[in-house]
Write a protein that binds this ligand. Structure first.
Ligand SMILES: Nc1ncnc2c1ncn2[C@@H]1O[C@H](COP(=O)(O)OP(=O)(O)OP(=O)(O)O)[C@@H](O)[C@H]1O
Ligand SMILES: [Mg+2]
Length: 363
């Protein structure tokens, strides 16, 4: 069982506590992504798993064995960094083979393993080149090759794609996903890019300021964010959040934002007059052709065409509201939008003070 378990992990630099007692269990073969804003403690957490950073308190286990005091080289983990960390004077072949040479593997074994891994990564034509003669994406593949040949129990990635341009990043993202399917290796992957997190992860861990805000599958976090932080971090554009006041009426639960009424799901736990934040994903609105009893009147400020979709920048009073809609090739009609429809079962409700979700789960 090559899982990773973090129990009540704290990290202090001097007097400054930057990780505040986090718990996380990564299952064998699982791909877990740590995501969160800059400085939230992602790299620190990853480096503690690798053994490159001492933990201040708590327990880390790999494969069921406590590794708190085990040296990095004896933890059987391989780490891939943002800056590749290749040896510039060595050819690609030797860069990939490096860990095997250290282990004093046989010449035949090294040749066979490097050949296999280079084939998987599309590096076979480049084995005689030095890192300086490669593109960024090829260098990143060499760094991954070097990790793969070691057959580690756990792969650790710290923003491995952030030095690449947008197109190459998308391509490498797909390659990492394919590679994980093929190798099935337990992986912990750090990024601040929520799209990368959504596309790669079996489960996402959203971190903020040294705490874990929520752990769940990409769809769980998208559909049922535990709080306003997760709601605004996952999804692009993020979930709209509007301040509202609860009105429990004989025909259901509602919230008013300025003078506009949102119908809410029945199963939420709210009181009359409670201050809340209404959350609605840009893609969950539909455009209503007419002014109806349950429609939301908005002012349209800007239409941003993106090709197959368009973003409508609208507002309710002073509150901005972004809507994402399919264009079906035409956008002229969008400049007349005045009314939206927000299906009650897709509205999220958070307590205004704590930011915690008041909705039960959407089904
Ligand atoms: N060696 C250090 N000494 C003191 N403080 C540190 C040290 N390394 C990191 N920190 C602090 O610990 C906090 C977490 O840093 P960390 O590098 O883990 O963030 P991160 O989530 O990886 O951010 P980024 O997305 O910018 O890489 C930050 O506030 C950072 O300033
Ligand atoms: Mg970092």
């Amino acid at each position: 069982m090559s899982g990773v378990k973090l129990e009540s992990i704290f990290k202090c630099y001097g007097n400054l506590e930057v990780v505040h007692g986090i718990d996380l269990e990564v299952q064998e073969k699982e791909f877990v992504v740590l995501v969160g804003p800059s400085g939230c403690g992602k790299s620190t957490t990853l480096r503690m798993i690798a053994g490159l950073e001492e933990i201040t308190d708590g327990t880390i286990s790999i494969d069921g064995r406590e590794v708190n005091r085990v040296a990095p080289k004896d933890r059987d983990v391989a780490m891939v960094f943002q800056n590749y960390a290749l040896y510039p004077h060595l050819k690609v072949f030797e860069n990939i083979a490096f860990g095997l040479r250290i282990r004093k593997e046989s010449k035949e074994h090294i040749a066979k393993t490097v050949a296999e891994v280079s084939e998987i990564l599309g590096l076979t034509p480049y084995l005689d080149r030095k890192p300086a003669e490669l593109s960024g994406g090829q260098r990143q593949r060499v760094a991954m090759g070097r990790a793969i040949v070691r057959h580690p129990k756990v792969f650790l990635f710290d923003e491995p794609l952030s030095n690449l341009d947008a197109k190459l990043r998308t391509q490498m993202r797909a390659e990492i996903k394919r590679l994980h399917k093929r190798l099935g290796a337990t992986s912990v992957y750090v990024t601040h890019d929520q799209v990368e997190a959504m596309t790669l992860a079996d489960r996402i861990v959203v971190m903020n300021d040294g705490y874990i805000e929520q752990i769940g599958t990409p769809m769980e976090l998208f559909t049922n964010p535990a709080n306003t932080f997760v709601a605004s971090f996952i999804g692009s554009p993020p979930m709209n959040q509007l301040p509202g006041v609860i009105d429990v009426t004989s025909d259901g639960k509602k919230a008013t934002v300025n003078d506009v009424t949102f119908t809410l799901p029945d199963h939420i736990n709210v009181e009359n007059g409670q201050a809340v934040v209404i959350g609605m994903r840009p893609e969950h609105f539909s455009i209503s052709p007419v002014d109806g009893a349950s429609t939301i009147p908005v002012s349209l400020n800007l239409v941003e065409p993106l090709g197959s979709e368009a973003l409508l920048h609208t507002s309710i009073g002073e509150h901005a509201l972004v809507v994402k809609t399919e264009t079906h090739g035409a956008i002229d009609h969008l400049s007349n939008v005045q009314h939206l429809y927000a299906p009650a079962n897709l509205v999220s409700v958070f307590d205004a003070e704590s930011g915690l979700a008041l909705t039960g789960s959407h089904n």
